[in-house]
Design a protein around this ligand. Structure first.
Ligand SMILES: Nc1ncnc2c1ncn2[C@@H]1O[C@H](COP(=O)(O)OP(=O)(O)OP(=O)(O)O)[C@@H](O)[C@H]1O
Ligand SMILES: [Mg+2]
Length: 394
């Protein structure tokens, strides 16, 4: 059996007190008793709405191998008989475990932040790196004070590539998270008016994003969006932080990972990208110029962690639009068909602009099941998530 953590290592990293007979090891880590897998450790995290300690019994019934609970909550668990590790504070203990996971790892680590495109870029990195090694990446948008340590503590020891999404909606949020992740490559997708709640303007948002440079390993690389208005500010911040390798992506001549040409299609696109002194013609499985922009950052990051760039480029052909982020559905309607483009994930000015541009650039679909009357319609992001609260769950 290969364990994610042996109980001995887990106990040491958590700095906890064992209660009952601990198993030899655990197969995974869960903070949600509903999705917990058999043999996993259940960490009783206290969230905004619920306290995991109230679900400890459910977690055991669902197959948890052990519980990680706080000393203060132990009396409230009553007569629950289960192997436990008792700690001072469950979230703090999970952070210690995340740091231990990072310490034991020889993986190349990429961290992605930005106002839009974090998940899209993270999933694209997962997709292109998977053929090249063992990839561990954040689930969904697990990018906050619990999502990042949870993702880190779930990272298997033999991971080759770790891909982490780091988000924020206030200053000083990215700094502690990136210091846990300690990436070799930090990507800032863009700075835009998203998650504006706690900020006066874009300058303040960019300053908060720039915290990501503080966690880079010695000799690490920053990848910035040269087409973004905040580029100069981010570049200056990276220099001030002592980042030795600063790269850029975009469509201008100065970009290191450059969009030479782009052609959008109904179901995909073609990107001509200049990287490492070569121009590659890259068929993309997902349409949209904004997706291709993310792909430039992906090509750059993948190249900097030593991935074979021809393989990475080839993998982009089999990319699929992410759920709620340009996902296509073809529907028969009357004597024809329509294409539903689902952009319901979230709505901020940058993502709405990208969505409208994608609609503009989408040619009417041809083919045996398309009809001249085929229409493109959108399920608009309505009231959802103009700004993201601390919960990153999509
Ligand atoms: N480079 C981009 N420019 C503009 N819009 C983009 C870009 N990349 C993705 N989007 C769009 O922005 C929306 C959010 O994308 P995504 O989930 O990747 O962002 P995120 O930064 O992870 O968001 P969150 O902060 O909610 O986790 C989607 O509608 C997506 O299609
Ligand atoms: Mg996200």
């Amino acid at each position: 059996m290969s364990w994610l953590w042996t109980s001995a290592d887990l106990l040491a990293a958590l700095n906890g007190r064992p209660v009952g007979n601990l198993p030899e090891g655990i197969t995974g880590i869960s903070i949600d008793s509903r999705s917990l897998g058999k043999g996993e450790a259940f960490f009783a995290i206290k969230g905004d709405r619920v306290d995991g300690h109230d679900y400890a019994g459910v977690a055991i019934a669902n197959g948890a191998a052990l519980l990680v609970v706080s000393e203060a909550k132990l009396p409230a668990l009553g007569r629950l008989i289960a192997p436990m590790i008792v700690v001072d504070d469950v979230l703090e203990a999970m952070i210690r475990l995340g740091c231990a996971a990072r310490d034991r790892s020889a993986a190349k680590i990429i961290a992605v932040t930005g106002s839009v495109g974090k998940t899209t870029t993270k999933e694209m990195l997962r997709h292109v790196l998977e053929p090249l090694g063992r990839v561990h990446a954040s689930v969904a948008s697990f990018n906050n004070h619990w999502g990042v340590p949870l993702t880190l503590s779930r990272m298997p020891e033999n991971t080759d590539y770790g891909v982490f999404e780091i988000g924020m909606n206030h200053p000083d949020e990215i700094r502690p998270l990136v210091k846990m992740v300690r990436p070799h490559v930090a990507v800032v997708t863009s700075v835009a008016a998203a998650h504006l709640g706690n900020f006066k303007d874009l300058t303040e948002i960019a300053a908060a994003k720039a915290e990501i440079f503080e966690g880079l390993v010695e000799g690490g690389h920053a990848i910035l969006n040269r087409d973004n208005d905040s580029f100069k500010q981010l570049e200056k911040a990276a220099i001030a932080t002592g980042v030795s390798h600063i790269h850029s992506f975009g469509s201008g001549a100065k970009a290191d990972f450059r969009m030479v040409e782009f052609a959008n299609g109904a179901e995909g696109a073609v990107l001509w990208a200049s990287i490492d002194n070569r121009t590659l013609e890259i068929p993309m499985g997902a349409p949209g110029r904004h997706i291709a922009e993310n792909a430039l950052a992906v090509l750059g990051a993948a190249s900097l962690v030593g991935a074979d760039i021809d393989s990475v480029a080839a993998s982009l052909a089999t990319l699929q639009p992410e759920k709620g982020r340009g996902e296509r559905h073809r529907r028969a309607i009357g004597s024809g068909y329509l294409t539903l483009i689902d952009e319901s994930y979230n709505a901020n000015p940058a993502s709405m602009r990208a969505a409208i541009a994608l609609l503009r650039d989408t040619p009417p679909q041809e083919g045996p099941d398309a009809s001249p009357s085929s229409a493109t319609c959108w399920k608009w992001a309505s009231s959802r998530r103009m700004s993201t609260p601390s919960s990153p769950v999509p």
